[in-house]
Write a protein that binds this ligand. Structure first.
Ligand SMILES: [Zn+2]
Length: 212
C-alpha cells in the first residue's frame, strides 16, 4: 500500500456512512403502536405469530429509510473540499439511489450521475454519493431530489457548473400497473457550463457509455 493515509480515510468514511443514527427507541415505540393499528385496519390480525414484531420492524425500517433528514449534505461536502487547479469535468456515475415517493410511501430506485467542473476547488469523490444519499433518504419526488443535489453542490462548492441526471423506477407506478414494468423516469438539472449545449452533450455522452 503506497498511500495508507488515504486508504484509512476512505475506510472510516465508508463505516460512518454505512451506520447512520440508530433508531430512536421512543420513536420506534410510538410508530409501532400506529402500525399495529394500521395492520388491524387492513383486516390483519397483528397478534398472529408472523406479525408480532412487524410493527417494530416497520418502525425501524422507516426511520432508516428517512434518516437523511438528520444529515446535513452541505456539511458533508464542506468536510472534504480542497484547493486544486483541475478544471476538467469530474463525473461520478452510476450512484445507486433508494428513495421513497412522498405520494405513496413506496420505493423508487435507480441510478444518479453527477458531474461538476471545478473552479479552484474539488471535493473528495466519496462525498458525492453521500450527498445523493442524504437527499434520497427522505420522502421525495424524483424531480426535487435531482434539483436539491444540484443546488447543494452548486451553492457549497461553487464550481463552474453542475449536472445531475437520475434514472429511476417507481414502485407506485410499477406495482399499481400504471406503468410498463421496466420503464424508467429520467430527470436532469444543470447549472453554469452545463447550460451550454457542447458541455452538456459531452456529459451525456460520458454517462451513456456502456458500463454495464
Ligand atoms: Zn408515488
Amino acid at each position: 500500500m503506497e498511500k495508507p493515509g488515504i486508504v484509512s480515510t476512505l475506510h472510516v468514511d465508508e463505516v460512518s456512512s454505512a451506520h447512520p443514527a440508530q433508531p430512536d427507541p421512543r420513536t420506534t415505540h410510538q410508530l409501532a403502536e400506529k402500525y399495529r393499528a394500521i395492520l388491524k385496519e387492513l383486516g390483519e390480525n397483528p397478534a398472529r405469530e408472523g406479525l408480532l414484531k412487524t410493527p417494530e420492524r416497520i418502525a425501524k425500517a422507516m426511520q432508516f429509510l428517512t434518516h437523511g433528514y438528520a444529515l446535513d449534505p452541505a456539511a458533508i461536502l464542506r468536510s472534504a473540499m480542497f484547493k486544486e487547479d483541475y478544471r476538467q469535468m469530474v463525473i461520478v456515475r452510476d450512484i445507486e439511489i433508494y428513495s421513497l415517493c412522498e405520494h405513496h410511501l413506496l420505493p423508487f430506485f435507480g441510478k444518479a450521475h453527477v458531474a461538476y467542473i471545478p473552479d479552484g476547488r474539488i471535493v473528495g469523490l466519496s462525498k458525492i454519493p453521500r450527498v445523493v444519499d442524504a437527499f434520497a433518504r427522505r420522502l421525495q419526488v424524483q424531480e426535487r431530489l435531482t434539483v436539491e443535489i444540484r443546488n447543494c453542490i452548486q451553492d457549497t462548492l461553487q464550481p463552474l457548473g453542475v449536472a445531475v441526471v437520475i434514472e429511476a423506477q417507481h414502485m407506485c407506478m410499477v406495482m399499481r400497473g400504471i406503468q410498463k414494468q421496466h420503464s424508467v423516469a429520467t430527470t436532469s438539472a444543470f447549472t453554469g457550463e452545463f447550460e451550454h449545449e457542447k458541455t452538456r452533450a459531452e456529459f451525456i455522452r460520458l454517462i451513456s457509455k456502456n458500463g454495464d
